[in-house]
Structure formats: structure tokens, C-alpha cells
Design a protein around this ligand. Structure first.
Ligand code: GLY
Length: 391
């Protein structure tokens, strides 16, 4: 079942003063809006194109371990906390929205194609083991026992049982419905500026069309566009990182993938996420090209070359969709979470490659920030106030 956005979006601004305005209707903004409405707040969500950002393009991997790189230990801790929250978050959302979100406890197999790729996989395995993460190194034979469709040339892999997946598009729709059922008001507009006076309780958002909305609480959750709102000083250091993806489908006779397969193919990263009903998401390029979402021959060629060198039978699949999204990149790949600069202004952005994974923990943390007007200790490392000293 899907939930139609066109039925709930308003072209007119709200005629009431909301308790909170959320700028951005991706999974982060929606999940915060849902939590706030559960806590009794009247919420407005403003977005020029709800679900038009990275949330819809994502693959839905819940992968704090296989996304972990040296220097990102705090991010791993936050990711694991969110992963742990996922089952109860999903149950609550599914019960409330009466929609399924396709949560599957699949596990990840991270493979290396040649000797250099194997060395990199072994290095990552050792780094992650030192962090106490559960990963298991498998040789070529053991790897192909887990997934017989892998190329015979595969050198080694790491199995990560605790990583799962959710269908990001079902998650988007369930959150949209949950916010709507909770009384949230969707206003279609692009916010251009924030205006506030320290002495006054209400802050005012000004849309590109000149319309103003005032509220005591504003949450900036506009993904890759979060740095573009004037009046937020210092400007949030968010930059778009493009990811091209493919959605393909294998013939019935080839179905049977259970695990997320990701890996290195001659130094190139690639992943595939198999959904329940035969759809496979292949991703993703990592490109610093500004706000460009064009699909390129080079991008798609690279993805297909890399994935078919790991899984030759993917060449039998039909291509259903190509799509590019803009991840909200941030310094150190760390999200920016919490209250910022003035009372009543909050930020939840910069989730980079981990927006779907970090949705439960972000919505818990940010709704607590708004309700209690105090940031929870576990997001201290990610505070936007870390940028104040540079202003
Ligand atoms: N989380 C996967 C990606 O950003 O491509």
C-alpha cells in the first residue's frame, strides 16, 4: 500500500502558530515531526518537494560496521545505537501507520575481488575488530558457500551478521502517513531565510515566495540544502555529494539473494541490496559535483562494471530505474545534531551516507532537544555549536 503525497500537501501556509516548524521532508525531518507530534506538538513541515532528496534514492542499508572508516569511531557508536533502536522504531511506526517498511535482518557480505581488494578488506576487518565490532573473515571457498553466485575469482570476504536493511521508500511513505495522522501540516515551499530577535520568543522563516511562518521552535533538516538558508550564522558546512544508483530486476529463476553484497572490485567500491520481491538496488557513485543530479554514462558504466565483476549474473537483470541523489556531506562525515546558536533553533543534517540508519536515533535525540530544550549527552560530539568558534 502507498500513501499519496498529493492529497496531504498544502499550497497555502498554515493559519496557526505551530509549536515547531521542520524544514525538510526527508526521513530525518519526517521522523522528528512524527516524534514531536506524538509528544503533543502541532508541527508544520516545509519542503518544496517532499521526499525529493536523498531519502528516496537511498538503498536502505543499515550498515554502521561496513560504512565504518578509521577516524569515525563516534559515528560508529551513534550508528550502532540507532541500529539497536531499529526493530522497536519499525514496530511502532508500522503499528501507527498501518504500513510495512520492509525491515529485513539480512546481514552483509563484504567481498574483495583481487589481491589488493583482499588486503583492504583484511585491513578494514582488523580496524573494525579493534572497535569491538562483530565481523568474520572468510576465505574464497567459504565466501562462495555463503553466496554461490559470486565470481569464482573472489579472494575473501567479511561477514557482518548484525547489519540489516529497510526499504527506504516504504519507510518514507510510512513516515509521511504517520506525520499526517499525527496532525502535521505539510506546506510546499522553499525556505530562503531565518529571521530572529534574541528578545522575542518567535523565530520567522521566510519562503522564496515571501510567505512568513513563525514558531518558537525551528528544526533545520533540509539535507544537502541545509547550508543554503540565509540568517543561520555561521552557515552550516553542508555540501552535496552526488550518488548515482540503479534499480534492476533479475528473472524469477535467478532470485534468491538474501544478503547485502558490497565490496571492492579492483579498488572500486560497489554494493547491491536485494529487496524481498526481486528488486535489486545497485549503488552508488560518490561525486563532488554541486547540485547536479544528472545520470552519466560513466557513472552507470562504472556501477555495472563493478557489480557484474563480483556477481556476473546481474548482467541478466533488466534495468528499471536510474536515479541520482545528493547526500548531505559534512566535515568528518559526522552529522550535525542539536540546538544551535540561539534558543529554539535546532539542526539535524549532515547525515552523509547514513541518513536511513541514523533516523531512529536522530528523531529520538532531536525531539528531546525540542521538548526539553536540552541536548541529550549522546549527541554532544555532533553538536552544531562546534562550528561557532570558527564564525
Ligand atoms: N549509504 C550508501 C550510500 O550513501 O551510497
Amino acid at each position: 500500500m502507498t500513501f499519496s503525497l498529493s492529497k496531504i500537501i498544502n499550497l497555502d501556509p498554515p493559519t496557526f502558530v505551530p509549536d515547531a516548524v521542520i524544514v525538510g521532508a526527508g526521513v530525518i525531518g519526517l521522523s522528528i515531526a512524527w516524534r514531536l507530534s506524538q509528544k503533543g506538538m502541532r508541527v508544520v513541515i516545509v519542503d518544496p518537494k517532499p521526499l525529493g532528496g536523498a531519502s528516496w534514492v537511498a538503498a536502505g542499508m543499515l550498515a554502521p560496521v561496513s560504512e565504518a572508516n578509521p577516524g569515525e569511531e563516534e559515528l560508529v557508536r551513534l550508528g550502532l545505537k540507532s541500529l539497536q533502536r531499529y526493530p522497536s522504531f519499525v514496530k511502532e511506526l508500522e503499528d501507527f501507520s498501518q504500513m510495512e517498511v520492509g525491515y529485513i535482518s539480512s546481514g552483509t557480505l563484504e567481498v574483495g575481488l583481487d589481491a589488493n581488494d583482499r588486503a583492504e578488506i583484511e585491513f578494514l576487518h582488523s580496524f573494525r575488530s579493534k572497535l569491538g565490532l562483530e565481523t568474520k573473515l572468510l576465505d574464497s571457498t567459504a565466501t562462495r558457500k555463503v553466496e554461490p553466485s559470486l565470481s569464482p575469482g573472489i579472494q575473501a570476504s567479511v561477514s557482518i551478521e548484525q547489519e540489516h536493511q529497510v526499504d527506504n521508500r516504504l519507510l518514507c511513505q510510512a513516515l509521511l502517513k504517520a506525520v499526517y495522522l499525527g496532525g502535521g501540516y505539510f506546506y510546499q515551499a522553499t525556505i530562503a531565510e531565518l529571521k530572529f530577535d534574541e528578545k522575542k520568543p518567535l523565530k520567522t522563516l521566510v519562503a522564496e515566495n515571501g510567505i512568513k511562518i513563525s514558531s518558537p521552535n525551528i528544526v533545520i533538516a533540509a539535507g544537502a540544502w541545509s547550508g543554503d538558508i540565509k540568517g543561520i550564522i555561521p552557515q552550516l558546512p553542508i555540501y552535496p555529494i552526488k550518488g548515482q544508483t540503479l534499480r534492476v530486476r533479475l528473472p524469477e529463476s535467478y532470485l534468491g539473494y538474501q544478503k547485502i553484497i558490497r565490496g571492492l572490485a579492483k579498488g572500486y567500491h560497489v554494493y547491491m541490496v536485494p529487496r524481498k520481491h526481486g528488486e535489486i538496488i545497485i549503488g552508488a557513485t560518490v561525486e563532488d559535483k554541486g547540485f547536479d543530479t544528472t545520470i552519466t554514462v560513466e557513472g552507470i558504466y562504472e556501477l555495472l562494471r563493478n557489480i557484474t565483476s563480483l556477481l556476473p549474473n546481474i548482467s541478466e537483470a533488466t534495468i528499471e530505474e536510474t536515479l541520482a541523489g545528493l547526500r548531505p556531506g559534512s566535515p568528518n562525515n559526522a552529522p550535525i545534531l542539536g540546538s544551535f546558536a540561539t534558543q529554539g533553533l535546532f539542526v539535524a543534517t549532515g547525515h552523509y551516507r547514513n541518513g536511513i540508519l541514523l533516523t531512529p536515533v536522530t528523531s529520538d535525540a532531536l525531539s528531546d532537544c525540542v521538548i526539553d530544550q536540552v541536548d541529550p549527552a549522546y549527541i554532544e560530539y555532533f553538536s552544531p555549536n562546534r562550528f561557532l568558534k570558527d564564525a
